[in-house]
Design a protein around this ligand. Structure first.
Ligand code: SF4
Length: 281
């Protein structure tokens, strides 16, 4: 696959709530916390969800204690389940499908997350053999997401993740090595994977090509830091301050991670990530 096609796939993975039957507001379990004002069991519609599947407090989610709703991003899994898997039938008019639909959604979400990461990996300048393996994996995942509901429900998602994780790791190491070997000014921070930098002052730090997989960066001060070529897969960026930081060529950064962080108009993001509205307002 041409990297431009992969880029288009990655950029097309966006939620379109107008084509979804409020699945994230219904299918998922919500536990009351500073991010959600209420408890809500999985399979029960949120009390703010209207008959038209729109949120009645959409414009005031943060003020009303539902910050988590502004962070969430299904990457389009919601409209895929609503429009494709269940052919546009909604759970209000067809309550007999609701249980199955709500069970398929979190699986589709995970498949879409994997598709997004693999498509992103294919946008990098990688070896033909790695490209070939990624293409095969992407095709496989797309095939799984197109299956009928019962087949999706029978998937062992943990087993699906294993080859994906291996390929993403291989891609990450390949790219970070390439970048650091071409630029002698890059000094790689050792053993950053899963590091606990909660609340740490990293202002202005050069972290280029670091492996921050699974790192705890909650409320870390990353203002004006250089985060190019950093692998962010699974990193917790809640309330991390990214104002003025350069993440332009970071890897495997998600919209949800960015939505949960702080930043400003000086933060440089990869093409497939949009600055959240709460950074500007
Ligand atoms: S508050 Fe709105 S966006 Fe959040 S779960 Fe409820 S209906 Fe959905």
């Amino acid at each position: 696959m041409h990297s431009e096609t992969a880029k288009n796939i990655r950029e097309s993975l966006k939620a379109d709530c107008s084509k979804c039957f409020g699945l994230c507001c219904t299918a998922l379990n919500i536990v009351a916390s500073s991010d959600f004002a209420i408890n809500k069991p999985a399979g029960t519609p949120c009390s703010n969800l209207q008959r038209d599947f729109r949120c009645k407090i959409h414009k005031n989610l943060r003020d009303k204690g539902f910050k988590g709703c502004t962070v969430f991003d299904c990457l389009g899994a919601g409209q895929k389940v609503s429009q494709d898997t269940f052919s546009g039938q909604n759970w209000q008019e067809h309550p007999e499908i609701s249980k199955k639909m709500f069970s398929v959604f979190p699986i589709m979400e995970q498949l879409y997350e994997m598709i997004a990461f693999i498509a992103e990996a294919l946008t990098f300048n990688i070896s033909p053999s790695l490209q070939d393996k990624l293409n095969k994996q992407l095709e496989k995942l797309q095939g799984l997401s197109d299956m009928e509901a019962d087949s999706i429900l029978s998937l062992d998602i943990t087993t699906c993740r294993l080859p994906v994780n291996e390929l993403l790791l291989e891609t990450s190491e390949y790219i970070r090595n390439e970048l650091s070997s071409k630029d002698s000014s890059i000094s790689i921070e050792e053993q950053c994977r899963g590091v606990d930098w909660i609340g740490k002052n990293l202002q202005g730090k050069d972290l280029r090509t670091s492996d921050l997989r699974g790192a705890y960066l909650i409320a870390a001060d990353l203002r004006n830091s250089d985060l190019r070529g950093v692998d962010f897969i699974g990193a917790d960026l809640r309330d991390a301050n990214l104002s003025g930081a350069d993440l332009s060529t970071s890897m495997f950064l998600t919209q949800m991670q960015i939505n949960s962080a702080k930043g400003n108009d000086k933060t440089i993001l990869p093409d497939h990530i949009q600055p959240p509205s709460h950074w500007i307002n």
